[in-house]
Each structure stands twice: as C-alpha cells, then as structure tokens.
Design a protein around this ligand. Structure first.
Ligand code: GSH
Length: 218
C-alpha cells in the first residue's frame, strides 16, 4: 500500500498525486493540516522532518523529487531511454530554479511590498526563467517534453505553471501565461490529458487553487 502524505495544497505533492492517479497505483492521498502535522512531526517517521513523505509498505521516503521519480517509474512515466529520462529531469529540476526567484518574496511581510517585489520579478528574473523554459519547450521533439509520451517532467512543468497562474501568489496575475504562449499551450495540453482532466474534475480537487490554476483554460 502506498500513502502520499502532504498538506492539502498542490505544492510539492501534486506531481506524486497525478502520477499515482495516471498510473492507477493503489494509494491513499492523505492530506493533513498544519496543526495535525505539528503533532505527526513529533512521531519522528518523516526522514527529514518535512512533507511530502511517501509511505510504501511501512517504509518512508522523503524529498519530492525522489518520491516523484519512484512513482513515475512504477506508473510507466519515467522514460526507459536514459537520454529521455534526463530530458524530463532537466525540466523537472528547472522548475525549482524558477521558484528560487520567488522564494525571497515569501519572506516579505508587508503585502504591498510583496506585490511590488513580485511585479519586479515578473519583469526581471522570473521573466528570464520563463523565457528559457519556453525555449526548451518550443524545441521539444513531440507533444510532450521527451516526445509522444507523458513523463514526470511534463507533470512538473504543468504543476508549477498551474500554481503560478492560480492566483495563489499575490502579485502574480492569473493571466501571467498570456505573455508566454508556448508555456500556455503546453500547460493546456497536459491539462487535457484525460487522466489529468479527470483528476481535476474530482470533487476533492475543486478548491480555489486547483480550479483556477490546474484545469485547461476555457
Ligand atoms: N526539498 C524538500 C522540501 C520539503 C519542504 O520544504 N516541505 C515543507 C512544505 S513544502 C514542510 O514540510 N514544511 C513544514 C515543516 O517544515 O514542518 C522536498 O522537495 O520534499
């Protein structure tokens, strides 16, 4: 039995959730709130004291990238070809580089300052990363990053772009991807994968972030 343990937000567990759903891996999607987590943390089973954690047959695995790769392999979403797997990985890990530009803004307490800082990022460092990502995606070999088959790299790009456009980040507008048509089209093509669309049609995934950010654009 597999259990994905994380907070309710998409955050660092959404690729795992989607992968398990797409791969029809029997699993429990355990969503905890912050108070519950404070108690669970004391139990000491989380390898590095953080979430997400994947429980597999009573063993615990931490680090979202390790969890996602493990589940992708089980789900048939990790390309067997080493070069394709690495291409998927380069996009997966670049998503973290995109977030690196935003992290300092999370520490800004004043709401107006925070919005201002993010607007500057949208014209600067964040824009630079999104342009680079557009270029790599534009040069892809097929519908998805590694060709015709969906991989964990596609899901990571999808989840991160979806969060970006969800309205969850004050200062980042919901139409942010209008300036990046390649990213917008790519995100929509992953959102339209039947198993992905089915995941967001499920009542447990119709919260504000997912409804605004993760479905295909109308
Ligand atoms: N590198 C880790 C980062 C994990 C992480 O930062 N987890 C945060 C939530 S996204 C967390 O557990 N925060 C609560 C805590 O530290 O107690 C990963 O990718 O899994």
């Amino acid at each position: 039995m597999v259990k994905i343990i994380y907070f309710g937000i998409p955050g660092r567990a959404e690729v795992a959730r989607l992968t398990a759903a797409i791969g029809k891996i029997e699993h429990e999607d355990k969503r905890v709130d912050f108070e519950e987590w404070q108690k669970l943390k004391q139990e000491g089973w989380a390898p590095f004291g953080q979430l997400p954690v994947l429980e597999v047959d009573g063993k615990y695995l931490a680090q979202s990238a390790a969890i996602d790769r493990y589940l992708a392999q089980r789900a048939g979403l990790l390309p067997a070809d080493p070069w394709k797997a690495a291409q998927a990985d380069q996009a997966y890990f670049f998503c973290e580089d995109v977030w690196q530009t935003l992290y300092p803004s999370f520490k800004i307490k004043d709401p107006e300052e925070k919005v201002k800082a993010r607007q500057e990022l949208l014209a600067g460092a964040l824009a630079d990363k999104l342009k680079l990502l557009s270029k790599v995606i534009e040069g892809r070999a097929g519908k998805f990053l590694t060709g015709g088959e969906l991989s964990h790299g596609d899901l990571a790009v999808f989840c991160n772009l979806s969060t970006l456009k969800s309205g969850w980040l004050d200062g980042i507008p919901k139409d942010v991807l209008n300036d990046y048509p390649v990213l917008k089209d790519f995100r929509n093509s992953v959102a339209a994968v039947p198993a992905v669309a089915a995941f967001y049609a499920d009542a447990k995934n119709n919260d504000d972030i997912r409804t605004t950010g993760f479905r295909a654009d109308a």
